[in-house]
Design a protein around this ligand. Sequence first.
Ligand code: ADP
Ligand code: MG
Length: 265
Amino acid sequence: MPTTLEIKDLHVSIEGKQILKGVNLKVTQGEIHAVMGPNGSGKSTLANTLMGHPKYKVESGDILVNGESILGLPPDARAKKGLFLAFQYPLEISGVPLAQFLRAAYRSLRGETPKNADSKGVGGEMISALAFKKKLEEKLKEVDMDPAFAKRYLNEGFSGGEKKRAEVLQMAILQPAIAIMDETDSGLDIDAVRKVAEVVAHMAGPEMGVLLITHYQRILDYIKPQFVHVMVNGRIFRSGGPELAKMLEERGYSWVEQEAAATAT
Ligand code: ADP
Ligand code: MG
């Protein structure tokens, strides 16, 4: 059975300010959904809330994975259920090499802790350093990243494009059932967008669903969504197919905002 992510009448606030005002959305593993919308409409709020960021308070509504609420679960438990978030602004973590970070994330996701390893602390269920190194090398190639990045501290001194590629590398290694990507195209030049998008398009398929958050239509030329949703002022204002993204590109967002304001109660 494919994994499903269901968002039901979700209301979310940050520091007492209501941001999401009743979001409904269902994403099934294997589908590609795009969420578009003007700046400040609540797209990152939705992404961060799905992953369980503690700053975002769910006031009402629910988030279900395979029919079960995940609202009480911390981010790592949500990851175990198959969710992954590629950040709009990836953090720099000095002192932690990318490779070490990825191996720790990979093991944690698979429940591989030193506790269930054998007496030597390796083997058993745990992926060996060597096996992981091979996997990492393979994935680095897949995302077209220089292997030298594996030794560098996580995102430290990475360019905007390199940070986004490091997020996609994480995705390639962790292989989530549903990947939430928050403006992976933002801040990248056209060539960098194309490169990152082609990798994601290659990864997307029956094994991976994508909830692709984007302000601009251009990334959708490479990662082609079946469903496009427009978020305005904390709600999904309209849903449709790829033609909706084209229309937004041609007409901008002001008409959506005006219409949404006119129909708001
Ligand atoms: P988007 O990703 O669509 O640009 P966001 O979800 O980042 O939108 O922001 C939605 C709204 O929430 C904006 O009005 C923004 O100012 C507000 N907001 C975001 N983060 C915070 C915060 N930490 N404290 C207060 N308001 C916030
Ligand atoms: Mg955002």
